[in-house]
Design a protein around this ligand. Structure first.
Ligand SMILES: [Zn+2]
Length: 230
């Protein structure tokens, strides 16, 4: 009831087309969402993620399972949606993407023995610059769907990495390696690392390496989208 009233008073608009949203829609309208490019099935998504990482790091990066919902294309409605989530701080969109991912994970049949969810952290400075960490919101929503706790304090950025947008490809490649550390010693069997979008895979790889080094046995990945070379 209150939700409906608030909706009437402060109508939400779609982040992509700016049309008024229905009360059932979150952040992005259903007709714009049709313009996103979902993976056909879990295997295709997982294999794509694996290929991205193997092509850059060889077989060194070990992840157990990888879930991803969309293929990312430049200038697509999905880019607009993810961009708005990042810079306009749209909680609802993060929640929506997280729930989609969580449902996608559950529908894939086996989420294994994942014990907790860790969002890829932003540096503290960036957290201030932006209104919130979008990976955090996605992780929280996945947690609700798959019924696992989110551990926000486990992983930390060691140093400030400049925003990757606008960096030349070579710089972007080098940027986040070694950028993470685990705050305390852990004895966890299986951690799910969450990010919004995978571009080179370097961020996930560096975060996973830090977790594995700190004693986590296995790491799986979940991301809203993978950017494929076009
Ligand atoms: Zn729309």
């Amino acid at each position: 009831m209150l939700d409906r009233l608030l909706h009437l008073l402060f109508p939400n608009v779609c982040v992509v087309c700016r049309k008024l949203l229905l009360p059932s829609e979150e952040g992005c309208c259903s007709s714009c969402m049709k313009g996103f490019d979902p993976f056909k099935n879990y295997f295709e998504a997982e294999q794509t993620l694996r290929n991205v990482l193997v092509s850059r790091f060889g077989d060194i990066v070990l992840f157990e399972r990888g879930w991803c919902r969309y293929q990312f294309h430049k200038k697509s409605p999905l880019q607009l949606a993810l961009h708005s989530m990042k810079y306009e701080g749209l909680y609802k969109l993060g929640t929506m993407f997280g729930r989609q991912l969580g449902e996608w994970m559950l529908a894939s049949g086996d989420i294994g023995d994942i014990e907790c969810i860790v969002p890829v952290p932003l540096h503290r400075m960036k957290n201030i610059e932006r209104s919130y960490n979008q990976a955090d919101k996605i992780a929280e929503s996945i947690g609700k769907s798959i019924d696992r706790p989110v551990m926000r304090k486990l992983l930390m950025r060691k140093r400030y990495t400049v925003s990757q947008t606008g960096l030349p490809a070579e710089e972007r490649k080098k940027n986040p390696v070694g950028a993470f550390q685990v705050v305390q010693g852990v004895s966890l069997r299986h951690v799910l690392l969450v990010d919004d979008i995978v571009t080179t895979g370097a961020t996930l790889a560096a975060a996973a390496a830090a977790l594995l080094q700190a004693g986590v046995e296995r790491v799986s990945f979940a991301a809203v989208a993978i950017a494929l070379k076009e």
